[in-house]
Design a protein around this ligand. Structure first.
Ligand SMILES: [Zn+2]
Length: 175
């Protein structure tokens, strides 16, 4: 949901007003003094579905979350794209940061919509393989483990399970 209660321009602190910018019926907060437009978009994020093995014995690498939000739940490495990020460099960085590994990026598994706190996000989930390094729990994770692609433990985000189902069908991995 866009923040309808925003009042002041983050650049010059003058009052914001909701106005049509591109289309008259699509309103955005616009500064009444300096013209700053506060675009409020869905946030893009990237996640890595790291796999190994051949069908029907494909495994996926998961990390157990140590952060309070999803404590004890399992998930795949990734994160939001920051300004200036590129998809591939962000994916590689997040895998390095969370699991201490270098990954090779493969096919896009899909684009998945979810909520993170109250922020709507579009998560681009890529199939990846390990290029080098032994996975270990690094940032935000307290354990890493391989699971069968068709039988993961409870996951922090439902879309991660959805992505595994898509990849499983694509690789023809039966349950
Ligand atoms: Zn302003």
């Amino acid at each position: 949901m866009p923040n309808a209660d925003l009042t002041f321009c983050p650049r010059c602190a003058e009052r914001l007003e909701w106005r049509g910018v591109e289309y008259p019926d699509v309103l955005h907060p616009v500064c009444t003094k300096c013209g700053f437009i506060l675009w409020q978009n869905v946030r893009p994020s990237v996640d890595a579905l790291i796999v190994r093995g051949e069908a029907p014995h494909v495994e996926v690498l998961l990390g157990r979350q140590s952060a309070a939000r999803a404590h004890g739940q399992w998930g795949i490495p990734g994160g939001f794209l920051s300004v200036g990020d590129r998809i591939e460099t962000a994916l590689i960085r997040e895998c390095r940061r969370e699991m201490g590994i270098e990954v090779l990026i493969g096919d896009l598994v899909g684009a998945f919509e979810a909520m993170f706190y109250d922020v709507p996000m579009v998560d681009l989930i890529y199939a990846c393989t390990i290029a080098s390094g032994e996975p270990r729990a690094a940032d935000l994770i307290d354990e890493v483990r391989w699971f069968p692609l068709g039988d993961p433990p409870p996951l922090a985000l439902e879309i991660e399970r959805d992505a595994m189902d898509v990849l499983r069908r694509k690789l023809d991995v039966s349950l």
